[in-house]
Design a protein around this ligand. Structure first.
Ligand code: B12
Ligand code: SF4
Ligand code: SF4
Length: 307
């Protein structure tokens, strides 16, 4: 048993349980999980947590599925080490911690009423919710440090970047693909990620040297949680999208982004909403609520989803 293993065991017999509890406790107790403009209501419900083996071949597959620019967890550790000027050898084991932050019922309800623009509550969830996601990621790195392990928040490094492709915007660390690898859900007709707590969520991840046994992924393929791909019995998100960006052919990222960043901004102003409604940036996400996958895996799919 190494020093790190011994230290971890002394604190908690199971590192996965320890980390899952640490994430849940942080979200339940931090003042960061609050919406100041809405009576300090919580931003997120209890998170979902999953672990992926950093050497899972799926991360190399992502170089084909997403693009050669998408980083493997080992590349993240290596680049972080170089960025910080640390002279580290490649660790024996790498684990990726993925977490899903489900958006509360009150916020989902506020967006369900909308048909063209996001609700103010949804926008505030986008702003303060992203800050909380960053704080939680840093908190995890600190907790891992106490266990004698390194932790890297890929989307906060200097080498994280957005990538423009012919099919729309991408990145070199896609949180949903990481969550897929960690067994937390699957993609869907509108590209949204359907987890056991639904699609209305935000997600993040931390790459670490702590050794954790990953569980097998509980689905057949990357579209398994969506009713459309089960038997074509659902097309609700097609009708929910005011931009016409979702069709039976899938999600048009270019149309979606154009609506979100240009048309919707103009609409908000036309509707006489205050500038603060747009704020730093606004969300859209109308396709993520008032749909059967909003807050769960649709039951019809869930029953058939096992490998
Ligand atoms: C660029 C970006 C956008 C772009 C493009 C979206 C996209 N589909 O990639 C635009 C501006 C359009 C956008 C819009 C939105 N976004 Co956005 N965005 C991102 C960002 C920064 C990068 C995404 C990325 O790298 N994608 C990579 C590409 C390749 O993914 P993809 O095309 O969807 O993947 C397909 C293929 O890989 C394919 N596939 C084919 N073969 C195989 C095989 C396997 C094994 C697998 C796994 C997959 C696979 O399946 C996928 C689905 O078709 C992430 C943050 C991050 N770093 O992850 C947030 C992120 C994806 N966005 C998010 C959100 C919330 C939104 C909005 C709701 C806006 C809002 N805040 O209200 C909308 C929703 C749009 C939608 N219907 O998905 C969330 C996801 C929430 C969710 N429930 O899914 C993220 C993860 C941010 C976060 N930290 O939580 N976004
Ligand atoms: S609304 Fe229906 S078709 Fe759209 S993603 Fe959800 S389950 Fe799939
Ligand atoms: S985020 Fe908005 S514009 Fe983009 S697909 Fe969903 S509903 Fe349509």
């Amino acid at each position: 048993m190494t020093m790190v293993d011994a230290k971890m065991k002394a604190r908690n017999p199971d590192a996965a349980v320890f980390l899952e509890n640490a994430i849940k406790k942080y979200v339940a107790t931090t003042p960061g999980n609050r919406l100041p403009a809405f009576d300090n209501d919580p931003i997120y419900d209890e998170p979902l947590v999953g672990f992926a083996d950093g050497d899972d071949p799926i991360f190399s597959e992502y170089k084909r599925v997403i693009g050669p620019y998408h980083l493997t967890p080992r590349e993240v550790v290596d680049m972080h080490s170089r960025e910080k000027g640390l002279n580290r050898t490649q660790p024996r084991k790498i684990t990726v911690i993925s977490f899903v932050l489900p958006i509360t019922y009150a916020t989902r309800l506020s967006l369900r009423k909308e048909t063209l623009i996001p609700s103010l509550r949804w926008n505030h969830t986008r702003w303060y919710g992203e800050e909380l996601l960053d704080q939680l990621s840093e908190h995890l790195v600190t907790a891992l440090g106490e266990l004698g392990c390194d932790g890297v928040v890929p989307h906060k490094t200097g080498f994280y970047k957005g990538i423009e492709t012919s099919q729309g915007r991408s990145s070199n660390w896609s949180q949903r693909h990481i969550a897929y690898a960690a067994g937390l859900g699957t993609f869907s007709l509108n590209d949204g990620f359907i987890t056991p707590k639904g699609m209305a969520m935000r997600c993040g991840s931390v790459v670490t040297t702590i050794p954790i046994q990953a569980r097998p992924r509980p689905y057949k393929n990357h579209l398994a949680n969506c009713l459309f791909y089960l038997d074509k019995s659902c097309r609700v998100c097609i009708d929910r999208c005011p931009a016409g960006a979702v069709t039976e052919a899938g999600h048009d990222k270019v149309k979606c982004r154009d609506f979100l960043q240009n048309e919707q901004k103009a609409l908000i102003k036309q509707m006489g909403k205050e500038e603060g409604y747009i704020g730093r940036y606004h969300g859209c996400g109308l396709c993520q609520v008032k749909v059967p996958c909003e807050s769960r895996i649709p039951p019809k799919v869930a029953g058939r989803n096992l490998k």
